[in-house]
Design a protein. Sequence first.
Length: 83
Amino acid sequence: DNQIGDEGARHLAGALIVNTSLQVMRLYNNNIGDEGASNLASSIKENKTLHEIYLNCNEISDAGARKLADALRFNHTIKTLDL
């Protein structure tokens, strides 16, 4: 609940690519929209440590949700994606 928005999500996405320890990411109610979802989706394809991502109560539309869902085809460690 820090209201990081799309800009904050972009920075987090960059960090997720090199992440080797974070397993659960809770970003609910942070004013993240489709742009942030797209950035996160790109990093999810590369990340091999995340197991759970919580993005509920954001501003992600069907288009952003589709990008996240598509990213899961490349990621086999994420078991929970809460939108």
